[in-house]
Design a protein around this ligand. Structure first.
Ligand SMILES: [Zn+2]
Length: 1025
């Protein structure tokens, strides 16, 4: 999946990096991670009264709403109390046990194997829990537990006090995870959605294999009305335990090993939220409302469309049949075999080929009125689908997907296995894109571009396509066994996205974007609220929260570091071996490391090194002290808010460095493996300076002694080209981070910044603007007008001549457009007269041309933002927003509309985007983010979020990326005690579901960090700005 944050990726000058990821379209970021032991497993040890057990994962209740449930409030109170009762670990996470939790990855061969980390603490806790549970079990269990034929003996390690199902009977399973005794082999799914009543009927026939004798079949089902269950053509009753979205079919006798057929028929509503089998609508250019139905299953929503074994390791084959009205088309993962006329009111049934073996979250189907263009490449027909009005905007995506498919086929040495690949732009879609096998779904913004689009706009579309295509191998062909290793999917797809674009579309200058992504990942991972790359997850909310910066961006960053450390070609060789070994099956992190270790036997123990990067949260700060040719190195955890003292995490760091005699070419790079807390290295000769972390390929921050910093700064002042641009950007990034940590004074930061007047390269300039912009906005939000205006002067002084020298003509280099966009957006935001005049001039020309003039795409947002500050400009933009069919432009118009300083307009746009009436609901996170950037809106946005919290969480599930983005936008610019208290009070007033969210911990930590920074640096700013 791709989170929706990509959509901010080209913001620089005026943006804060730390709070909002630019790249991820999918999800979360921040703190906290679960307890070592899944406390939910203990729940059966307590006697739970059925009245108490109303815990329902939030996302499921969104679907229930579609089925007519209305009293959310009561439900939510129940949710809290029962979650407390159940001891749900999501509600009960303790950061102190975090490091021990990380390597819990047990799943096979039996649920009873709790392979906790080797750390003794974890083992200790496990033993303790087992002892307690044994006691509870002996005390409470029904007698069946210990009989040979008893209650799931082979599967249930903990509990045998069963929850109460909906009917009042005992539900025969006691774990959020399904038993392993029964595996699905094949599904036949027949669906008939009715797009008038927004309901659907379904029949699913599942061939199951009984591996261990059992009296029960347990599978997932959520928010559906099950009409009939048959097993081997005999009807059976079923039990449902809604809190865990499970149903059970109980048999009087043990089922013998063998293959059977389970059939379930059911009815449900098409979902009103963005997951499951959901309904979406849009208004076409003729003003007619059109409806469609599409799916979004990852991570846990396939169970909302058909009863299934909804865990990634239960791979199976699928045949989908779709009944639809003749005016629609239907699409699914596989090619269509045939269409049958049903002779009932013009209904037709499409049948699709049997799928490859895959996980449930990758199943997809769509019923809509779409147009497409296709092309054959290798042995695959690639098609891009969009609503008819936008059918001319699919060509770039089609060409791009074909080129990337050829690249990946060659790179992985395994051909994409299906004969077709559809890419579909869905009008209302919350994620950025979703890699369903053979049927990738996108937001319109991430797939469609007009013919006139610049490479600047194409960069986003290319990135998202490259990401989703990489998933066809990483994720679809080889899948993580459980969501704790989500990074295997997402980190890899993110890394491959940059690598493939660098190879196939070198004109897109994607390296600058990837560098920013690494900086962003560092900023997130520096917080105490971060979590290890591979972290224990159990509850639905924990699974949702895994779609975050750590899984995606840190995952990609550590893969880059590994590739840069291995010898040429080894990384690819190991990856190919991994894909071949685990083709169509499931893996854990260690499987990848083992494959890579095998190819790099002589040079590096990959498992040993990489484990240190996946089991600890955070990253190391490397401190370098040089005395002549003797260099001492030490590492410690870079933790911005080390309130509980430092921990003793150690990383195996492949430290790279260059010196003054050779510093630009890759061949200059030297490597030293720092595995201990401290070590030293002897240089062969005298050097003037050393720069560590060559090209910022490594995921760590470097601090030098005073002499080390000043040698580097002097070298840059003498010759700005003495280092590659990534290294210069990293020096800027690191020194700001070190100043936040209190390791360097702000005066030193400003000292480094002096060199920037001679800088012309995009990466260091945009990094500097981004860092200064963050500080400016904090000062602005504190109403420290004096310092804010001095910061404005400082920025103009250091960047003014570059700002003035920018043209307003069409530009073709993406790197130059990125820089120009950052410079001019800042210049206009700071009301630089030349910039605002030029912007107004371009806007007037655009109006005069009846909106046909092409404003250079990298300048469009800046131009529109300036224009939106007048009533007339704002109205013109709103009118264009409503009528434009070009989504890239529309988004820029929307950002401009949301940047207004007029409070009435701010209120209007917040309300409209939340209720989805005139502004698409999917854009609410972007709207609130934009409103929060300026002084006029940010306090109002905070109040708006508080007042509308219930409504917001009905639309966007708790833990989802959208919620994370909303909370970050509204809180990350507070830097006073009053605001801290207010944020704390608000979220604690929500009870466990509010205050325990990882993003809330991150928000609080960020405010505290802002306060500390201000306390420490206000004086310096007063003196030195
Ligand atoms: Zn993804």
């Amino acid at each position: 999946m791709e989170s929706a944050n990509h959509l901010n990726q080209q913001e620089y000058g005026a943006i804060e990096r730390a709070p909002l990821p630019r790249n991820m379209i999918e999800n979360s970021m921040f703190e906290e991670e679960p307890d070592v032991v899944d406390l939910a497993k203990e729940s059966p040890s307590y006697h739970i009264d059925s009245d108490d057990v109303t815990y329902e994962p939030r996302s499921s209740r969104l679907l229930v709403r579609g089925l007519g449930e209305n009293d959310m409030d009561e439900d939510e109170e129940d949710y809290e109390s029962s979650a407390r009762l159940l001891g749900m670990s999501f509600m009960n996470r303790s950061s102190s046990q975090r490091s021990a939790a990380s390597s819990y990855t047990c799943q096979q061969p039996s649920r009873s194997c709790s392979t906790l980390s080797t750390k003794t603490t974890a083992v200790g806790v496990l033993i303790l829990v087992l002892v307690v549970s044994m006691f509870m079990v002996i005390y409470f269990v029904p007698s069946c537990t210990f009989t040979k034929k008893g209650c799931q003996k082979s599967n249930s390690s903990m509990g045998s006090i069963y929850p109460i199902s909906t009917s009042g009977e005992l539900f025969p399973w006691t774990d959020l995870r399904l038993p392993l005794s029964v595996h699905p082999v094949h599904y036949n799914i027949s669906l008939h959605p009715d797009l008038n009543s927004m309901t659907f009927q379904g029949n699913v026939s599942i061939v199951v294999k009984v591996l261990h004798e059992t009296k029960n079949i347990i599978l997932h089902s959520s928010d559906m009305n099950i009409i009939k269950v048959t097993f081997e053509d005999k009807e059976y009753r079923f039990l449902e335990y809604k809190p865990w979205q499970q149903i059970a079919i109980k048999f009087p006798e043990d089922l013998k090993k063998g293959q059977y057929v389970l059939k379930i028929s059911y009815k449900a509503n098409l979902s009103n939220s963005y997951d499951g089998f959901y309904n979406s609508s849009y208004v076409d250019t003729a003003g007619t409302k059109r409806v469609l139905a599409a799916t979004q299953f990852e991570p846990l929503a396939a169970r909302k469309a058909f009863p299934c074994f909804d865990e990634p390791a239960f791979k199976s084959t699928f045949v989908v049949k779709m009944t639809r009205d003749a005016k629609y088309i239907s699409l699914s993962n596989m090619p269509k075999i045939k269409t049958t006329d049903l002779n009932e009111n013009g209904l037709q049934e499409d049948e699709f080929e049997s799928s490859v073996k895959m996980s449930t979250y990758l199943v997809a189907f769509i019923v809509a009125e779409f147009s497409s263009h296709s092309k054959n490449v290798s042995k695959t027909t690639v098609s891009v689908y969009a609503v008819p009005d936008k059918k001319d905007q699919v060509h770039y995506a089609l060409e791009t997907a074909c080129k990337l498919l050829v690249f990946y086929n060659r790179f992985f040495e395994i051909d994409y296995p299906l004969s077709k690949l559809d890419l579909v732009a869905i009008p209302d879609f919350l994620a950025g894109a979703m890699e369903n096998w053979g049927l990738i779904t996108f937001r319109e913004t991430t797939l469609l571009v007009g013919n006139q689009s610049s490479p600047f706009d194409k960069q986003l579309v290319t990135s998202v396509i490259a990401h989703e295509l990489a998933h066809q191998w990483f994720g679809n062909l080889v899948t993580m066994r459980w969501w704790n290793d989500l990074w295997l999917n997402e980190g890899f797809a993110t890394y491959m996205q940059y690598m493939s674009i660098e190879n196939v579309f070198s004109n897109l200058d994607i390296d600058i974007e990837f560098l920013n992504v690494r900086f962003k990942a560092l900023a997130k991972d520096a917080l105490n609220s971060s979590h290890p790359v591979s972290a224990f997850v159990s509850t639905p909310e924990q699974v949702e929260e895994m779609f975050d910066s750590v899984s995606y961006e840190k995952g990609a960053s550590i893969l880059l570091m590994l590739n840069a450390t291995l010898r040429d070609g080894e990384f690819r060789k190991g990856v190919i071996e991994y894909l071949q070994n685990y083709n169509l099956s499931n893996t854990e992190s260690k499987d990848l490391w083992n494959s890579l270790s095998q190819v790099s036997k002589q040079s590096l123990n990959v498992s040993e090194m990489m484990n240190t990067w996946t089991v600890h949260k955070g990253f190391p700060l490397v401190t370098v002290k040089r005395s002549g040719t003797q260099v001492t190195l030490s590492q410690e955890h870079f933790l911005l808010n080390a309130e509980n003292g430092t921990d003793d995490s150690l990383w195996h760091i492949p430290l790279t460095y260059v010196n003054d005699s050779c510093s630009v070419l890759r061949s200059c790079k030297q490597v030293f493996h720092l595995k201990d807390k401290a070590d030293s290295l002897q240089l062969p000769g005298q050097v003037k300076w050393l720069k560590f972390n060559f090209r910022s390929d490594g995921f760590y921050i470097v601090h030098y002694d005073e002499q080390g910093w000043s040698d580097l700064i002097s070298a840059l002042k003498v010759d700005v080209n003495v280092l590659p641009s990534e290294d210069k950007a990293a020096l800027i990034n690191n020194i700001f981070a070190l100043s936040r940590l209190g390791k360097v004074s702000f005066r030193q930061v400003l000292n480094l910044m002096e060199y920037i007047r001679n800088e012309t390269e995009t990466a260091p300039l945009t990094e500097a603007l981004s860092q200064l912009g963050q500080i400016y906005r904090l000062l602005d939000k504190r109403s420290d007008l004096n310092l804010a205006s001095r910061m404005t002067t400082y920025i103009k002084d250091h960047f003014g001549s570059l700002m003035e020298s920018q043209s307003y003509e069409v530009e073709t280099s993406v790197s130059k457009m990125t820089l120009r966009s950052a410079l001019l957006e800042t210049a206009c935001a700071l009301k630089g007269p030349n910039c605002t005049t030029q912007a107004r001039h371009l806007f007037d020309q655009w109006l005069a041309s009846n909106k046909t003039l092409q404003i250079p795409s990298d300048l469009m947002r800046t131009v529109f933002k300036v224009a939106a500050q007048t009533d007339e400009g704002w109205s013109e933009l709103l009118d264009s927003y409503k009528h434009s069919i070009y989504d890239t432009e529309k988004r820029k118009m929307l950002e401009a509309l949301a940047s207004t300083q007029d409070v009435r307009k701010i209120i209007w746009i917040l309300q409209k985007s939340l209720d989805g009436s005139e502004i698409q609901n999917q854009e609410f996170p972007l709207v609130i983010h934009t409103v929060c950037r300026d002084f006029a809106g940010y306090l109002y946005a905070w109040d708006f979020m508080k007042e509308n919290w219930e409504k917001i969480t009905q639309k966007f599930p708790v833990g989802s990326f959208a919620i994370q983005s909303i909370i970050t936008s509204t809180t990350s610019q507070f830097s006073t005690k009053t605001h801290l208290t207010e944020v704390q009070n608000f979220f604690s007033s929500l009870g466990a579901k509010g205050s325990q969210m990882r993003i809330v911990q991150e928000a609080i930590e960020t405010i505290k960090q802002n306060m500390r920074w201000m306390e420490k640096n206000l004086k310096t700013l007063q003196i030195w700005l």
